[in-house]
Design a protein around this ligand. Structure first.
Ligand code: NAD
Length: 498
């Protein structure tokens, strides 16, 4: 049985902890590897290596750092297929879907390649007689990222290219459920010429996370995962004096107005709901059907849900793979059962789906629930599976009220032909990322990604300009170069400009 090691100071290592945890193939249900579980000693070893690396990396020039990023970007292109297969084998998503997440993550590397431009400071000439002011930003030191299972390449890529390009050294604690992508990326960085200790991977679960949150040598923590853990991470890390960005869970609504092209909307909602088996923080989990859109929409959504091709992620033509674990499969199927008991109509029932030759895989088929209300568990909880709930309302304003009453505010979409409706929607909805006739509105890397309310704890979205701000701290310098003979009186009053 293969053991997946940490990656510390430029090479793989088993670390100090004797414990390991199984990594499954979700398509077969079989254990395929063991991952080492790090604890305080491994985190401490890594922080020491990363601190030593920071001494020289933070002194490297902008062009040295961007050259590494350009090389790393090229390696991500060349190894996309290989990395996609690694992700698919542990996560279960299709290889094409895995390649798409690599592409979206690579865009952050491309943003980091343009660091020279985005890191430019500002300069004010002659703020007082003979006095100028300029500012610039410097890296924080050793920073860490704690990431979820659902995007084992993309979500870490939201963090480390910007952290590293701005001169920090980085410790990644990826999900223990699909850990191999992190080590593969570490090796690509090595091949790109990144010095040892600048990018490190410590595997593990709560013990490793707690050691990161409390270690005095770590300056900042980026977290992406479920809301309860995001709240825990934010509280723990801030109370230990760290800068924190913590992105949480979601319940994303797609509103369909009667003037929308129903076939177009249903096509996109189906892909947004069932793509990656609904295991995306931007997955569409609720369709809000407005007025007379409802019956027609449900009919088309049901047809499309039944057409989704479910199977192992490495089989060409498959559109949706298994869930990540048996526990996830049971959770999702129980939620569909509970929805029926609570009065929802199960239009398409994905429970009990068996994929031939993969009977022990963690599969469940697409489910479509109609007449769902805000009180039902299927609406209140993030199911993180291929379940689409339909909520029926009479007006757009009612749809906006439903969305705004939901504790999450990650993404939302509106399907309409009306510019007026789209404008009203985007101005009034309390959600961070909004799509107009776009179901999964994930911002490009040069914007920042982040939701509102329980989808983002604290105040810092990730990547883009916010990523630069988060990874650096500013200095403002006030300068005077007086001529030797010049008479400048030094007053005892607080300095003002004149
Ligand atoms: P998770 O919260 O279970 O795990 C995330 C990370 O936290 C993992 O590295 C895990 O090892 C660690 N962790 C888990 N339990 C912990 C505990 N008790 N103490 C300390 N650390 C712990 O999330 P997941 O199941 O891996 O991922 C799915 C969740 O992530 C969903 O809620 C999804 O919406 C969310 N997500 C959000 C975004 C976003 O951008 N907002 C993006 C991707 C995923």
């Amino acid at each position: 049985m293969k053991t997946i090691p940490h990656w510390i100071n430029g090479s793989p290592t088993q670390g100090s902890a004797p414990s390991t945890q199984p990594v499954f193939d979700p398509a077969t249900g079989a254990e395929q590897a063991q991952v080492v579980l790090g604890g305080p000693a491994d985190v401490d070893t890594t922080v020491r290596a990363a601190s030593a690396a920071f001494e020289s990396w933070s002194e490297s020039s902008l062009s040295q750092r961007t050259q590494v990023m350009f090389a790393f970007r090229q390696l991500l292109v060349e190894h996309e297929e290989e990395l996609g297969r690694i992700i698919s084998a542990e996560h279960g998503k299709t290889i094409d879907d895995a390649r798409s997440e690599i592409t979206r993550g690579r865009e952050v590397v491309e943003f980091a390649c343009g660091l020279g431009d985005v890191l430019k400071g500002s300069f004010s000439d002659q703020v007082s007689r003979g006095v100028d002011v300029h500012d610039f930003r410097q890296p924080l030191g050793v920073v860490a990222g704690i990431t979820p299972f659902n995007f084992p390449a993309m979500v870490p890529l939201w963090m480390h290219p910007i952290a590293i390009a701005t001169g920090n050294t980085f410790i990644l604690k990826p999900s223990e459920r699909d850990p191999s992508a992190a080590n593969f990326v570490a090796d690509l960085y090595r091949k790109a010429g990144l010095p040892d200790g600048v990018f490190n991977v410590v595997h593990g679960g709560k013990d490793a996370v707690d050691a990161i949150l409390t270690h005095p040598g770590i300056e900042a923590v980026s977290f992406v995962g479920s809301t309860p853990i995001a709240k825990y991470v934010h509280e723990q890390a801030t109370s230990h004096g760290k800068r924190v960005q913590a992105l949480g869970g979601a319940k994303n609504h797609a509103v369909v107005l009667p003037d929308a092209d129903l076939e177009f909307a249903a096509n996109h909602i189906t892909a947004g709901a069932y793509g990656s088996a609904g295991e995306r923080c931007m997955a569409v989990s609720v369709a809000v059907a407005v007025g007379e859109a409802a019956d027609g929409l449900v009919e088309v959504l049901a047809r499309k849900a039944r057409e989704v091709k479910v199977g192992p992620g490495n089989v060409p033509g498959v559109e949706m793979g298994p869930l990540i674990t048996k526990v996830a499969q049971e959770r999702v199927e129980n939620a569909v059962a509970a929805a029926t008991e609570q009065g929802a109509t199960v239009v398409v029932d994905g429970r009990g789906l068996k994929v031939e030759g993969h009977e022990d895989g963690f599969f469940t088929g697409p489910s479509l629930l109609d007449h769902v209300t805000a009180e039902m568990d299927a609406y209140r909880h993030e199911l993180f599976g291929p379940v689409l709930a339909i909520v029926r309302v009479d007006t757009l304003d009612e749809a906006i009220a439903v969305i705004n009453a939901n504790p999450y505010g990650n993404g939302t979409a509106l399907f309409t032909a009306s510019g007026e409706a789209a404008r009203r929607f985007q101005r009034n909805v309390k959600v961070g990322m909004i799509g107009v006739n776009v179901p999964v509105p994930v911002p490009m890397s040069y914007y920042s990604f982040g939701g509102w309310k329980d989808s983002l704890i604290g105040d810092s979205p990730i990547h883009g300009p916010e990523g630069i701000r988060f990874s650096t701290r500013p200095k403002v310098v006030t300068t005077r170069w007086p001529q030797r003979a010049q008479q400048v009186t030094a007053g005892f009053d607080f300095p003002t400009s004149n």
